[in-house]
Design a protein around this ligand. Structure first.
Ligand SMILES: CC(C)c1onc(-c2c(Cl)cccc2Cl)c1COc1ccc2cc(-c3cccc(C(=O)O)c3)sc2c1
Length: 232
């Protein structure tokens, strides 16, 4: 059928993509990934700093999702806490899959591989990065997929499920149209994109176990990460 993006849907995409591009980890922070020495301790510290900055970026991006700030305040917090890890997997995946020789891809991969994480988490993590890479998402799809992930209604402690579901539905309708227009040769593209969201959920569990094993080794996190991940 003829797929049309309405004026208001175009405005929605524009505001989300602008927010996505406006809020990034500052260059002076990310360039440390290129400069600092390589050791398990230093790599863990750098990844902790990146994650902390990424959470701050995520909060600012989320505030720009149309309708998010009109949700119940406690539900806003529940959505951010419930989606932070998944959104950060998406973000780091986009960095690792960038075709542009931005230099972060190799150093980030190297630092993640040597940061004290056990092998059992590496495999699913790098499989996910590979599956995101294969999708070759355009920035509109990346931004909308992140918004869809944040607006997942069945997170712990969400009270007004319907309100969140309505917002997510709005995003999904636009994302589906974008996929049809962007990948006319691949009618399954949208379905494959949603399949990544399912894969993200499984990574949540691996990540929770990673946190536990790090805490056993008395690894330290920042106050912001402790708050968003309910640790310490
Ligand atoms: C606390 C820390 C040890 C940790 O625990 N779990 C994870 C994690 C790991 Cl490993 C993998 C996935 C998800 C999580 Cl949450 C992490 C590290 O999480 C992050 C989170 C975001 C980003 C963005 C980056 C990045 C680099 C260059 C450029 C850019 C850019 O946006 O330009 C972004 S690196 C980075 C590292």
């Amino acid at each position: 059928e003829k797929v049309e993006i309405t004026k208001e849907q175009q405005a929605l995409v524009k505001s989300i993509v602008d927010a996505y591009n406006r809020h990034q980890i500052p260059q002076d922070v990310t360039k440390k990934l290129l400069q600092e020495q390589y050791s398990a301790e230093e790599n863990f510290l750098l990844l902790t700093e990146m994650a902390t900055n990424q959470v701050q970026v995520l909060v600012e991006f989320t505030k720009n999702i149309p309708g998010f700030l009109s949700l119940d305040r406690e539900d806003q917090i529940a959505l951010l806490k419930g989606s932070a890890v998944e959104a950060m997997f998406l973000r780091s995946a986009q960095v690792l899959s960038k075709r542009m020789p931005n230099g972060y891809k190799e150093v980030l991969k190297e630092r993640v591989r040597n940061s004290g994480m056990s092998e059992e988490f590496m495999t699913p993590m790098f499989n996910f990065y590979k599956s995101i890479d294969e999708l070759q998402m355009v920035q509109e799809e990346q931004a909308l997929l992140t918004a869809v992930t944040i607006l997942t209604p069945d997170r712990p402690y969400v009270k007004d499920y319907q309100a969140v579901e309505r917002l997510q539905e709005t995003m999904l309708v636009v994302l589906r149209k974008l996929c049809v227009l962007q990948h006319p040769q691949d009618p399954q593209y949208f379905a494959r994109l949603l399949g990544r969201l399912t894969e993200l959920r499984t990574l949540n569990h691996y990540h929770a176990e990673m946190l536990t094993s790090w805490r056993m080794n008395d690894q330290k996190f920042t106050p912001l990460l402790c708050e968003i991940w309910d640790v310490q």
